[in-house]
Design a binder for this molecule. Structure first.
Ligand code: ATP
Ligand code: MG
Length: 392
C-alpha cells in the first residue's frame, strides 16, 4: 500500500469533468466543485490515501464511491465501515478480525473488514470516532498493509486502498489529544474538503433540478416547475443539513405539492428555519411541530453545544498548561466542572434532548444520533449514562 508521493500530471478539461460527474451522479458546477472533481479524477487511479472532510450531508460518501469506481479496484467491492457505529469493545475485531477463542464468544475465527476489502477499497466513515488505542493499529495498516487478528501474534498483510471521511475538525481533535498526529498527517496525504452548500450556492439550482427530475421519473410524478422567487429562496436558504436536506426537501415537496408549481410561499412548510420576511422575527416553525417545540429544541441544542465546547476547552487547557496551574486530570462529562447546579440542569436538558430525538425517530438510534450530531457510540453511552429506557 505504498502511497505515491507525486500524483500523475494531468489536468482535466471541463468536458472531462462533466462526463465524470454524469457517470458518478455528482452534480455541481461551482468553482469549489470543479476543483474537487479535478482532484478526484487525478487521485482515483492511484492507491493514495484520501481523507474527505465536510459537514454532514455535503457528499463525502458519494465522492468516496466515485474514487473507488474510477479506480482499477472497481471490479472488487468497496467495504464501508462506520467507525462511529461500532462499540469500542469490538472495533478491533471488526476491523482486523479475530482468531477462535480470542475472547468469550469467539467460537470461530473471523475475517475483519480489512481482509474483506483485500484488493479493493475500504471506506472508513467517521474516522474521527476511531478510539485512540485502535488508531496506532490502523496507522500500521496504512504504512505497510500489516495487521494482526485479535488473539493472534502472526502479522498478515492486505492490499487495501483507504478512503476516510469525517465531519470533525481533525486538526482540533489532534490538539485535544483525541486523534494521533502521526495518523492525521499520514491520512491527509490528499485532503479533500467539501464546503457546506451555503458556501457554493450556485450549485443549488443544478442539484434541485437533478433531484426533482430523478424523483419524478422514478415515481411517475409530473413536475410542474418552480417559480423564480421560490428558487431564489432555495438559493438563499442556509441548508444546515446540506445536500441531503435539499434532496429530502425536494422529494417531500414533489409528493405533497404534486401537479402544482412550487411557489415561495409554499416553502415555509418545508424549510426548517424559513423566515417569512425581514420583520417577522418568529422562531422557526418546523414541519409538523409547533414553534414552541422548535424553539425549545434550538435552546437545548445551543446548551448542549455550549456544554461540550466548555468541556473541550477545559480539556485543552488541562492538557496544555504547566502542571502547577491545572490539576492533571481529564475533564469528563460526568465531572463536576462548572458548579453542580449548572451541570445538573445541563445534563437534564441533554437527557431530554436525547429522549426527544429518540421519540422523533421512533427509537431509531442511528437517525437520532445523526439529528443530535453525535456518534452512535456516544448516543449509546449517554442512553446508558442517563438510564434512558430501552426505546429500540
Ligand atoms: N454533488 C452531489 N450531487 C448529487 N447528489 C449529491 C451530491 N452530494 C451529495 N449528494 C447526495 O446527498 C445525499 C448526502 O450525501 P452523502 O451521503 O454523500 O453525504 P455525507 O457527507 O457522507 O453525509 P454524512 O456526513 O451525514 O454521512 C446523498 O443522497 C447523495 O447522493
Ligand atoms: Mg456519509
Amino acid at each position: 500500500m505504498a502511497d505515491h508521493e507525486l500524483l500523475p500530471e494531468r489536468s482535466s478539461t471541463a468536458a472531462d469533468r462533466e462526463a465524470f460527474q454524469r457517470l458518478h451522479g455528482i452534480a455541481g458546477n461551482s468553482l469549489e466543485m470543479n476543483e474537487i472533481v479535478g482532484v478526484i479524477m487525478q487521485v482515483a487511479p492511484t492507491d493514495i490515501t484520501v481523507l474527505i472532510t465536510g459537514e454532514s450531508g455535503t457528499g463525502k460518501e458519494i465522492l468516496a464511491k466515485a474514487i473507488h469506481e474510477a479506480s482499477p479496484r472497481a471490479h472488487l467491492p468497496m467495504v464501508t465501515v462506520n467507525c462511529g457505529a461500532i462499540p469500542e469493545g469490538i472495533i478491533e475485531s471488526e476491523l482486523f478480525g479475530h482468531e477462535k477463542g480470542a475472547f468469550t464468544g469467539a467460537s470461530d475465527s473471523r475475517k475483519g473488514y480489512f481482509e474483506l476489502a483485500d484488493g479493493g477499497t475500504i471506506f472508513l466513515d467517521e474516522i474521527g470516532e476511531l478510539p485512540l488505542g485502535t488508531q496506532v493499529k490502523f496507522l500500521r495498516v496504512l504504512e505497510n498493509g500489516e495487521f494482526m487478528r485479535v488473539g493472534s501474534g502472526a502479522p498478515r498483510t492486505v492490499n487495501v486502498r483507504v478512503v476516510a471521511a469525517t465531519n470533525k475538525d481533525l486538526d482540533y481533535e489532534v490538539r485535544l489529544k483525541h486523534f494521533r498526529p502521526d495518523l492525521y498527517y499520514r491520512l491527509r496525504s490528499v485532503d479533500i474538503h467539501l464546503p457546506p452548500l451555503r458556501e457554493r450556492r450556485e450549485d443549488i439550482p443544478l442539484l434541485f433540478h437533478k433531484f426533482a427530475s430523478e424523483f419524478c421519473e422514478r415515481n411517475n410524478i409530473p413536475f410542474a416547475g418552480i417559480s423564480d422567487d421560490a428558487m431564489r429562496v432555495l438559493v438563499n436558504y442556509h441548508w444546515p443539513g446540506n445536500i441531503r436536506e435539499l434532496k429530502n426537501t425536494v422529494e417531500s415537496m414533489l409528493v405533497l405539492e404534486a401537479r402544482k408549481q412550487i411557489e415561495a410561499e409554499t416553502l415555509h412548510r418545508y424549510l426548517r428555519d424559513y423566515q417569512t420576511g425581514p420583520v417577522d422575527r418568529n422562531l422557526p416553525a418546523t414541519l409538523g411541530r409547533t414553534s414552541e417545540q422548535a424553539e425549545r429544541e434550538l435552546i437545548y441544542r445551543a446548551l448542549v453545544d455550549l456544554k461540550s465546547d466548555i468541556i473541550e476547552i477545559k480539556n485543552f487547557l488541562v492538557n496544555h498548561s504547566p502542571s502547577t496551574q491545572f490539576p492533571q486530570y481529564e475533564v469528563t462529562e460526568a465531572a463536576d466542572v462548572s458548579g453542580m447546579e449548572e451541570n445538573l440542569s445541563l445534563d437534564e436538558m441533554e437527557k431530554r434532548l436525547i429522549i426527544e430525538a429518540l421519540e422523533k425517530h421512533r427509537g431509531n438510534r442511528r437517525l437520532a444520533a445523526k439529528a443530535l450530531r453525535i456518534s452512535e457510540r456516544t448516543l449509546y453511552r449517554k442512553i446508558k449514562e442517563y438510564g434512558i429506557g430501552n426505546r429500540e
